[in-house]
Design a protein around this ligand. Structure first.
Ligand SMILES: Cc1cc2nc3c(=O)[nH]c(=O)nc-3n(C[C@H](O)[C@H](O)[C@H](O)COP(=O)(O)O)c2cc1C
Length: 165
């Protein structure tokens, strides 16, 4: 049966851009991509953070204090094709890692819907929403999803927000 143009369902395209240090956020990003059909992009620093937790804690604190913008290896291809950008990251010092601010500033996300998703140890999302919206004013932000505990539940919660975005 022929559909009128207005009846053709609009498929929104979603990109999941993630930053990870020890792999927890990467796994969540991959599982969510598998579940939703979204594309994946790894936000990779030019200069890797230390694999030592304690040294990395110091590096993260310094980046935070200096309001640094750690350089990213590459930009996502064809960003203009995506309506929704899921930005996944671990919480560092009660906020998003500064490399997330680099990502938001370096890429034109105007007019897009941004869904922040954080993994964390115990504190939750902290001030990550405030930090992200301050540097990316032309996108529409959804509340940051705190993804922890049961992985399948987290994937389902993220998939539901992507669906309604
Ligand atoms: C430098 C650093 C700072 C962290 N700060 C916090 C924090 O403030 N609150 C919290 O709940 N977890 C904190 N964590 C724990 C991570 O957010 C958590 O382990 C995360 O799931 C790791 O994700 P990843 O494996 O993708 O790197 C911190 C971890 C690191 C390395």
């Amino acid at each position: 049966m022929l559909l009128y143009e207005s009846e053709v369902p609009i498929m929104k395209k979603t990109l999941i851009a993630y930053f990870t240090r020890t792999g927890i956020t990467k796994k969540l990003a991959e599982d969510t991509a598998k579940q939703t059909g979204a594309d994946l992009f790894a936000i990779e620093p030019v200069k890797e953070h230390s694999s030592s937790y304690l040294i990395c804690v110091g590096q993260a604190k310094l980046e935070n204090l200096q309001n640094a913008r750690p350089a990213i290896k590459a930009k996502p291809q064809n960003l203009q094709d995506y309506d929704t950008i899921v930005v996944m990251f671990p919480i560092w010092w009660f906020t998003c890692p500064n490399i997330i601010l680099t990502f938001l500033e370096e890429n034109d996300l105007s007019g897009k819907t941004v869904i922040p998703v954080c993994t964390y140890g115990s504190s939750g999302k902290g001030s990550s929403e405030k930090a992200m919206t301050a540097v990316c004013k032309d996108a529409t932000f959804k509340p940051c999803i705190e993804a922890t505990g049961l992985k399948d539940k987290a994937v389902a919660a993220i998939a539901a927000v992507i669906e309604e975005a």
